[in-house]
Design a protein around this ligand. Structure first.
Ligand code: MN
Length: 130
């Protein structure tokens, strides 16, 4: 069975390194970029099994990037988990309403984070249940 490819879109270097190390240690194939624009290109070319998306990015935001992913047939069904430092309840709600398949807060809780990755890869995103 091929290793599952996970695309990480994150502009915080420290968090990117932590997530990359964790995913690689767990045996996942890792692909990363610090902009949504490049992330959309990589997603279309590589069709990852899962995307981990920061919300606050230098150009296009994670919200905007999710819309583009959902609008393209090739990437529409890829589960996307939002990863953000925001702790406001209204932002959680906004993330859920935007159609993300899950939400992890930064700094990440390693066990919770890996469990969300495993379970989303196993069960697919929200779309697979529809
Ligand atoms: Mn950011």
């Amino acid at each position: 069975m091929p290793r599952k490819l996970i695309l990480v879109i994150e502009d915080n270097e420290k968090n990117m390194k932590l997530v990359r190390d964790l995913l690689q240690y767990e045996g996942y194939e890792f692909l990363g970029t610090d902009t949504a624009e490049e992330g959309l290109r990589l997603a279309g070319e590589n069709l990852p099994a899962l995307i981990l998306m920061d919300i606050g990015l230098p150009g296009m935001s994670g919200f905007e990037a999710l819309k583009h992913l959902r609008a393209a047939p090739a990437t529409a069904g890829i589960p996307v988990i939002a990863v953000t430092a925001s702790v406001m309840t209204q932002d959680h709600q906004k993330i859920t309403e935007a159609g993300f398949d899950g939400y992890q807060r930064k700094p990440i809780d390693i066990d919770e984070f890996l469990e969300a990755v495993r379970s989303t890869l196993e069960h697919g995103g929200k779309r697979s249940a529809e």
